[in-house]
Design a protein around this ligand. Sequence first.
Ligand code: SF4
Length: 657
Amino acid sequence: MKVTVAGSAGFCFGVKRAVDTTYKLLDAKENGQICILGHLIHNPHILRDLENRGAMTVKEEDIPCLAEKARPDHPITVVIRAHGITKKVHDMLLEIKGKNPDFHVQDCTCPFVKKIHRIAENECGESDLLLVFGNPTHPEVVGICSYAPCESRVVTSAEDVSLCNLHNKNVVLVSQTTQKLSEWQKCQEEVKKGCTNAKIFDTICSVTENRQNEARRLAGTVDMMIVLGGEESSNTKQLYRTAKEVCPFTVMAEDMSGIPPIPDNIFKMGITAGASTPDSIIQEVIKTMSEIYEGENFAQLLEDSFKTLNTGDIVKGVVTSVAPNELKVDLSAKVTGIVPYDEVADDSSTDLTAIYKVGDEIEAKAIRVSDVDGVATLSIKQAARVTNFKKIAAAAETGEILEGKVIDIVKGGVVVTCMFTRVFIPAGQSGVARDGDMGALKGKTVRFKIIDVNNERGRAVGSIRVVEREERKAQLEEFWANIEEGKQYTGTVKSLTSYGAFVDLGGIDGMVHASELSWTRIKNPAEVVSVGETLNVFVKSFDREKKRISLGYKTEETNPWTIFTNTYAVDSVAKVKIVSLMPFGAFAQIVPGVDGLIHISQIAVKKIAKPADVLEVGQEVDAKIIGIDEENHKVSLSIRALLETAEAAEATEEIAE
Ligand code: SF4
């Protein structure tokens, strides 16, 4: 038989606080008669024990009579239970206390319940509607309703909500602390459907929520679940229902005597307990089990059941909510774990919602455990620091490149956070030039190596420059190893001189001579390229020793003569532009960089005295290519050939008519 006890089983902090306070009051004689208003908790064992120690359970109607009996030789202390009481009774107690110094009031209302009282009192206007999801007869719910200055209604399910007419109502929705999470979520959805501006307050106690989650998880792994708790305890009943949904063989028992005989086919058993179940009952059940089933894990279970969370403990937990300012963590314990923002991240720009999600497992150090508010303040950073510093120190040995974010600019350098550890990078190692702006590094992710570690003081010094230098060296080696003539690169024009352009090929410069920039004659490289322009270049030649690279830019595809011959042939007709007039003819541009000559005899059908009689510079005309001198790159054009063809065509048409 393997038995697992839920870490959250037993007293919650609210109940523990009320029980401990009452026992302390009973121990100190000056408090006189201790009168508990209603049942302090829903557990008959504890109630019996309190009565045996002299505590009296009283009702609201007994208060005036008690007030009269309170005298200097017979003081009376009234204890308010964790569930709280109605506003009317609370006010009455305070009034009597104000008048009679021998009448004391010890308010043990759980802070979570008090918070709901404040919501009911302060968030509801007189014409609003307070909807309380809970058990209408439960004292906590009765108390909550009494604080609202408006109409209040109690709903027990989402279906109940759907039957309420919320139209035109300002709804304030809260939940009894011990309600079932899944039904509460359905209620919220239903309220939102009927009232878009409802004010909804998530008031389910996280201790209860965590206990339910843990019970569900545990119930899914066992053959039988035992839920320990008093029959009157609302949260025990919820716990029972939650476990039973997952594990059909779930029993609820007040103590060992209520547990039925365990069938032979049960090999794994889970035990949880409601918030009012004292540890002594859980321990009694474990002990009895250990007597029935020898060996196994009972000794360890018993030891674990006495354990409490202490400051300094390293704990594991499951994230139950992620807010921008904190994480809530289920520690399977009686307190809720909270990791404040500063204990998760070093950097104020970190977005917790981007890093964590509900269900993530975390490891953290308990830096404060408060039984008063039921919260364990945790630090992920501190838990990680020791392990991570070892990793950082190891990186100094291995030369591993680390990555971190610059979070601070300090005197003499910058601070980088890496694995929750602050690493100082001196200015000289930052990779920023002596007169550069180190502030520009803030917020950037940088790569660095650890160059010094002080294990005693837990300090590490890093260098970005070392990484940059090594990477640059490797880059250069790779470049020179792979360079070859004709290889193409995409580079950026870095500077221009009268004789060429220097092109950055990615940390290494090459030079394109002016004659290599253009197929036409240029006076200055700036006519063709400008600084910052991206160029596709190729290696014409290089010298590894002198680290010189000569680049080419113009290619055969951009050669005007190639473009011309790829486009035109003899007898093609081209639209040309007259660029100059000579006595013997006119020159016309066919494509940029290639001109042709229209001899004077080829300009018109009739004889003309000079080209300017027919043509002018800039004029565009159609011309026939009548000759191509491949060797000398010369082209002969004729306008006359086209005119004669046109005349001949006209004559043919006339004859036909
Ligand atoms: S269950 Fe939650 S709300 Fe109720 S007494 Fe315990 S801590 Fe307080």
